[in-house]
Ligand binder design. Structure first.
Ligand code: HEM
Length: 432
């Protein structure tokens, strides 16, 4: 990476979109908005205008390295209000910077120790067993919805959140609606907003219940830890904010259902991997899981703001410019991945770990930066879920529309992956 030079620079020397504003194109091209243009211009950087604001879009490993330089970029004020109203909530960790961000980050990291991840894995395995027994009685099962529900149930048990079985479907759907709203306008946005309002009310009552002694919990649970977490001024978080952070645990665990659904799609589309996985070791299972996170779309890009003028790769970044880093495009960059548009777990064979070239959940260091603290947990939950699908369940995949649109943010197979004739193999399976 060339060093950044902090000087007033002449005009941008990168491809620049001619149209007045590209927001509509972004909404209609979805995951492909940035990759379409980096390909067209044969450049990993280009300039455009989004929501009336000058925006530099960038893709690739070097761009990711730059993007995570906290001396050059800040996340302050970057998340649009409509995304705070649906996906993230207001004043949660995603909106914080500097010491306040680090204080909150330590809270999340303290909830996700290897021992705690181990507990969540066990609870999730149990939930797969319990819930899939019920699926045997049904003609058809919508895998995405059922996996969302079981992950949510496991997440609640793990976090110390009391949840009746009868509430699980509705509340897990609310988690999914918040996620489904992130690239939406109109009814999908409003559905996400209503889901957030309902969920914040519920989560706030839980926080208040813990603080008032009505809910008694072990100290290592997420609900307990968040309820009693203190901010930089040594004060408990406002109940509304603590509620948002509790949702920041429950919602993304539920979101792993998207990757598991794509995992089921991969097993269906490339049946040769089923056998391979059945007879493989942990290393291959990890490779398969990582390839799901690389190949299939989820988070499209991330935004940041330029702190002060500097020049990089012939482009003058100017204070307050918006910059988007292309997550999907970087995971499909042909400079990084051989045959990037082919599903191939071997992409992860002999791969040298690098924090900037495989970035489905952000890049850099999750302890000191903004990278997703739930990444190790996500990988482990995906692995045991794929193992369960392969070893412990028998099912058929009836005719349905399994295509997914790269123009929709976020996307899923259109049918949400229907399975039928489900049989839980119980101990006949080889769940390890
Ligand atoms: C479906 C799997 C997941 C995906 C695709 C995902 C994706 C992401 C992305 C792209 C970021 C932003 C990184 C950045 O700004 O540099 C992020 C941040 C975050 N994620 Fe995840 N995530 C997932 C699962 C989880 C889980 C399971 C948890 C917690 C249990 C979690 C909690 C968080 C938190 C708290 C942040 C904010 C980090 C910060 O600001 O420092 N995520 N995630």
């Amino acid at each position: 990476m060339k060093p950044a030079i902090f000087l007033k620079m002449p005009k941008a020397d990168i491809p620049t979109e001619k149209c007045l504003d590209s927001t509509l194109n972004l909404l209609t091209e979805g995951y492909l908005f940035i990759p379409n243009r980096t390909r067209k211009y044969n450049s990993s950087l280009f300039q455009t205008r989004l929501m009336g604001q000058k925006t530099v879009c960038m893709s690739g490993k070097e761009a990711a390295k730059l993007f995570y330089d906290q001396n050059l970029f800040t996340r302050e004020g970057v998340i649009p209000k409509r995304i705070q109203e649906t996906l993230f909530g207001k004043k949660g960790i995603q909106t914080l910077v500097g010491a306040a961000h680090m204080n909150r980050k330590l809270l999340f990291l303290s909830i996700m120790s290897p021992q705690q991840i181990e507990q969540l894995i066990k609870l999730t395995q149990r939930q797969w067993q319990i819930n899939s027994k019920q699926w045997e009685k049904r003609n058809q099962v919508l895998l995405f919805e059922e996996v969302s529900k079981l992950l949510f149930q496991a997440a609640c048990k793990w976090s110390g959140v009391p949840l009746k079985n009868s509430e699980a479907k509705k509340k897990s759907s609310d988690m999914s609606y918040m996620i489904d709203a992130f690239g939406a306008v109109g009814p999908r946005h409003w559905r996400g907003r209503c889901a957030r309002n309902r969920t914040e009310c519920w989560a706030k009552a839980l926080i208040q219940g813990v603080r008032a002694g009505r809910i008694i919990l072990p100290k290592d649970t997420a609900l307990y830890t968040i309820a009693w977490h203190k901010d930089l001024s040594n004060k408990l978080l406002e109940p509304e904010i603590a509620a948002i952070e509790l949702i920041n645990i429950l919602r993304p665990i539920t979101a792993i259902a998207t990757y598991i659904t794509f995992g089921a799609l991969a097993l269906h589309t490339y049946p040769e991997y089923r056998d391979k996985l059945r007879h493989s070791d942990e290393v291959y299972q990890t490779m398969f899981t990582q390839e799901i996170r690389r190949y299939y779309p989820f988070g499209p890009f991330l935004g940041a703001k330029v702190r002060g003028d500097f020049k990089w790769q012939n482009h003058s970044f100017q204070k307050d410019d918006l910059v988007l880093l292309d997550l999907y495009g970087t995971n499909h960059d042909k400079m990084i991945w051989k045959d990037p548009n082919t599903f191939q777990p071997e992409h992860f064979e002999h791969r040298e770990d690098n924090p900037f070239d495989f970035i489905p959940q952000g890049g850099g260091d999750y302890k000191t930066g903004t990278r997703c603290p739930g990444e190790p947990l996500s990988v482990e939950l995906m692995k045991i879920s794929i193992k369960f699908l392969v070893n412990n369940l028998e099912y058929q995949v009836p005719l349905q529309d399994l295509s997914y649109s790269l123009r929709r943010l976020p996307t899923l197979p259109k049918s949400k992956f229907i399975i039928s004739n489900v049989k839980n193999l119980g101990n006949k399976g080889t769940l390890q």
